[in-house]
Design a protein around this ligand. Structure first.
Ligand SMILES: [Zn+2]
Length: 245
């Protein structure tokens, strides 16, 4: 499977940027993981929106879903012009209810609830889920395809039970919302770059991608904080970055 980063910033995009969105392609289809601000625009650099087989939304915070209504319009136009003749499958948590309701639009979206114990298959990829430590129901997702494992950790505080879910992942995409200088003292639903690297090491992951970055952080300072803790490959998410698994 091939991963393309379409957006990785949070809680808002920098100039020309986008908040979380990741395209995953296999020889059987194309799936979008999260659909933040600017993601539909970036998607068009790689595939046409009407080619998507499905969307999986980790949770219903704005930085992960803001472009969903725009993607609905793209589906509507694709049907009107004969480029597509089926609804877009979307998996999403059903809470908060008011935000979940906005994920559907006429006949263009086929919405399915996302819980920790569901399994689904999109583009031939087997998906499984883990509830993370976050302010609203939020699910990390494990994607397994042809013997390779990608874990997208979504948003997560230090209370997430990663083991064994993310163990020995070929690629662990883990959020690094904070650098040490900004780490809040109290309860938080996010991690630092150093914490992400420590988890990746404990879980014996092969490669780590740091994401969910504040737009004002420099990528080299994110890497500098993570590097002492993980000896595998470390990537810093960036729009257009591609990884073949
Ligand atoms: Zn987020």
């Amino acid at each position: 499977m091939k991963l393309t980063v379409l957006g990785y910033q949070s809680p808002y995009p920098g100039p020309g940027g986008a908040t979380p969105g990741y395209l995953v392609e296999t020889d059987q289809g194309k799936v979008l993981l999260d659909c933040g601000s600017g993601v539909v625009s970036q998607l068009g650099h790689f595939v046409n929106p009407w080619e998507l087989d499905g969307v999986v939304l980790s949770h219903l915070h704005h930085d992960h879903i803001t472009d969903m209504p725009i993607l609905q319009y793209a589906m509507m136009m694709a049907e009107a012009s004969g480029k597509r003749n089926k609804p877009l499958k979307v998996y999403a948590p059903d809470e908060p209810r008011d935000l979940n309701k906005r994920l559907t639009y006429k006949q263009y979206i086929d919405l399915h609830p996302l819980f920790e114990d569901i399994h689904c298959s999109l583009a031939g990829i087997q998906f499984s889920f883990l509830r993370t430590d976050h302010g609203v129901p939020c699910y990390a997702m494990k994607l397994e395809y042809k013997g390779k494992t990608l874990v997208y950790g979504a948003d997560s505080g230090p209370g997430t039970a990663w083991n064994p879910f993310a163990r020995q992942a070929d690629l662990f995409i883990c959020e690094s919302t904070y650098l040490e200088r900004n780490r809040p003292d109290g309860k938080r639903g996010h991690l630092t770059a150093a914490e992400a690297a420590r988890y990746a090491a404990e879980l014996d992951c092969r490669n780590l991608m740091l994401t969910h970055l504040y737009p004002e952080y420099r990528h080299d300072e994110v890497l500098q904080e993570a590097a002492p803790y993980f000896r595998g490959g470390i990537l810093i998410a960036d729009i257009g970055l591609q990884v073949e698994l």
